[in-house]
Design a protein around this ligand. Structure first.
Ligand code: SAH
Length: 352
């Protein structure tokens, strides 16, 4: 089995059957983690990139079966941050050392291009040294283009699953697997740094589905891949389904690091939610990004995609210093940097 892991690390691709063998059996965990960690070190040293996450709207027109802010969940108190509130999150984040802001939200029709374009331009005018990431779901290619022209550098749009039949298990009929993929391709063509991703252990997911995810990522060549365990939310159709495990999530993180050594790979909040040391373990399995929350504490609880989400009560500064301590304990450092993909091996070891 080490042979397969070495082969992945050398050739940066595997066949579907080879992926299934690794994913279904999770052989040689320690060997894989060591290889993945060493690869991350070669490219990124001991630097951990941070992104300040601003969850700016919880309105959503979609009805994804797994998501706590799905349209049919009548018990969420919906909110939308004003432009001033968003800018004040950025100001606070900048002061704390964030050089990437991620604007994430549900698919909220209020945020037309006409509303987003001036907001993005203003953020870029105030913080020209920062990268701006959007994560607002599916839009038209011309909308993606306008947002890019207004200053958005990166776009996160998890593909959720690369298996068409599995996509149908997770989403209602009106949502389209083909459109999700078309959006990702459009984003790449426009020139965004693109992030796709999937949940680990979502209902109906098999090792074959995850193998398809790896093949899809091999072909798309995204700059980022966001993965975290599926965590059930009590007000969704998946309330009684089992959640994903930290074990498999970590294994997938490590495989992704070997598949694409320069990948921006977050140790996600969902991973930190199901295991108190999940984010540390994620970094030690090859992740190199963390995304603490910059949203105002007053609304945090209302952006609950899954149950028991951590850090919903903390101020942004507390989140940052808590994560910083956690990273230092395992020999890594949060860096004040836009955190673009590494150009090649030669990661820096930070001591300050
Ligand atoms: N509306 C945006 C942002 C979605 S929220 C978009 O469509 O891209 C970001 C991610 O959270 C989703 O892509 C999904 O993968 C993840 N997510 C949603 N519900 C979840 C759950 N119950 N458990 C774990 N992750 C979840």
């Amino acid at each position: 089995m080490r042979r397969l892991i070495d082969q992945l690390s050398r050739q940066r691709r595997l066949t579907k059957e080879e992926w299934v063998t690794l994913i279904a059996g999770q052989p040689e965990r320690d060997y894989l983690f060591a290889r993945a960690r060493e690869t991350a070190r070669q490219y990124y040293g001991n630097a951990v990139y941070t992104r300040g996450l601003i969850e700016f709207t919880s309105y959503c027109k979609n009805n994804c079966f797994y998501c706590g802010i799905r349209r049919d969940n009548r018990s969420v108190k919906r909110y939308r941050l004003s432009e001033e509130e968003i800018l004040s999150c950025c100001e606070q984040g900048y002061g704390l050392g964030f050089r990437t802001f991620v604007l994430q939200g549900g698919e909220d029709a209020f945020f037309t291009d006409e509303r987003l374009v001036p907001l993005l331009s203003e953020i870029k005018r105030r913080y020209p040294d920062c990268a701006l990431t959007l994560s607002v779901g599916e839009r038209t290619k011309s909308s993606y283009q306008r947002l890019f022209d207004a200053g958005a550098d990166r776009y996160l749009l998890r593909h959720e699953t690369a298996d068409a039949a599995h996509y149908r298990v997770l989403h209602p009929q009106e949502m389209s697997y083909a459109n999700r993929r078309a959006c990702l391709r459009a984003l790449k063509e426009i020139g965004y740094q693109v992030g796709c991703g999937f949940m680990v252990g979502s209902p109906g997911q098999t090792a074959e589905c995850l193998a398809e995810d790896m093949l899809f990522i091999t072909e798309l060549r995204p700059q980022m891949v966001g993965i975290g365990p599926f965590v059930p939310h009590h007000e969704t159709p998946f309330a009684r389904e089992a959640g994903g495990t930290a074990e498999l999530t970590l294994y997938m993180i490590a495989l992704l690091r070997l598949l694409k050594p320069d990948l921006l790979l977050p140790a996600t909040t969902a991973l930190g939610t199901i295991d108190p040391e999940g984010r540390e373990k994620g970094i030690l399995a090859g992740a190199n990004v963390v995304m603490p929350n910059l949203s105002p504490t007053g609304v945090r609880k209302q952006y609950e995609l899954y149950d028991n989400k951590i850090c919903t009560g903390d101020e942004a500064a507390e989140c940052r210093s808590c994560l910083s301590r956690r990273m230092e304990r395992i020999g890594y450092r949060l860096v004040t940097d836009r955190g673009d993909p590494a150009k090649g091996p030669g990661g820096i070891i930070c001591t300050t």
